[in-house]
Write a protein of this length. Structure first.
Length: 230
């Protein structure tokens, strides 16, 4: 008998045994004496009984399940905290009756509840976004902002130096990452910009579901208040 033929026969026999044990899970219950005779080698080379090996495997599985459960509990707690903070911010915005009150409530809420390092709101007329009467040095910045507003979606990441200076002014240098949220009020468009000193806080690829809802909320609040100069 060749080595190859013997190997194939061993494989077939192993499969037969595996299939039988799978279809008869109570086999070792009816043959407990075999458990004492069976050993399973550890990676270290030592041998343990099948029962000990099963216990070891089950413990590993339990540890994995416990870690997953702990992670899910932490996520649930974070979501509960986020929901409560959003609720408090919403109440503050609902109570605002003027544009200045909306901005104040928004800034206070984002500073207090969401640890923002900078919060700015910039509003533009349609003419400004089309660069009508806009100084040359600002046209490039507004052009990029218009492209962003056309998407209608929040975005996270790093802005260039000119964009940072235009939006955050004296806080531009310390702002390392930014969340930009579009807002819309009648014929006026704008952005809500949230800045952080941490480059990872609003890194590209971060989820924007909350940011999108925040933008909708601010836009709705501005529909019931008078804008500056109106």
């Amino acid at each position: 008998m060749s080595v190859e033929t013997e190997s194939l026969e061993n494989d077939d026999m192993s499969k037969t045994v595996v299939d039988y044990l799978s279809n008869n899970p109570d086999f070792f219950i009816n043959h407990e004496d075999l458990l004492a005779q069976i050993t399973v080698p550890h990676d270290s080379g030592q041998a343990v009984s099948l029962v000990e090996r099963q216990v070891h495997v089950l413990r590993d599985q339990l540890d994995g399940c416990s870690s997953q459960l702990k992670e899910l509990v932490e996520i649930a707690r974070d979501n509960e905290t986020l929901t409560e903070r959003i609720h408090q911010l919403t109440l503050s915005l609902i109570g605002a009756t003027t544009f200045d009150e909306v901005i104040t409530a928004l800034q206070d809420g984002l500073f207090d509840y969401f640890q923002a390092d900078a919060v700015e709101v910039r509003l533009f007329s349609a003419g400004e976004l089309d660069n009508d009467g806009v100084p040359n040095e600002k046209q490039g910045v507004l052009g990029k902002l218009k492209e962003f507003l056309d998407t209608g979606r929040p975005v996270c990441g790093q802005l260039d130096e000119k964009q940072l200076e235009y939006i955050f002014g004296p806080l531009a240098e310390s702002t390392k990452s930014t969340a930009i949220i579009p807002i819309h009020h009648n014929d006026t468009y704008g952005i809500l910009a949230i800045g952080s000193r941490s480059a990872d806080r609003f890194a590209p690829g971060k989820g924007t579901l909350f940011l999108g809802r925040l933008g909708e909320m601010v836009s709705r609040c501005m529909q019931v208040v008078s804008l500056p100069g109106v």
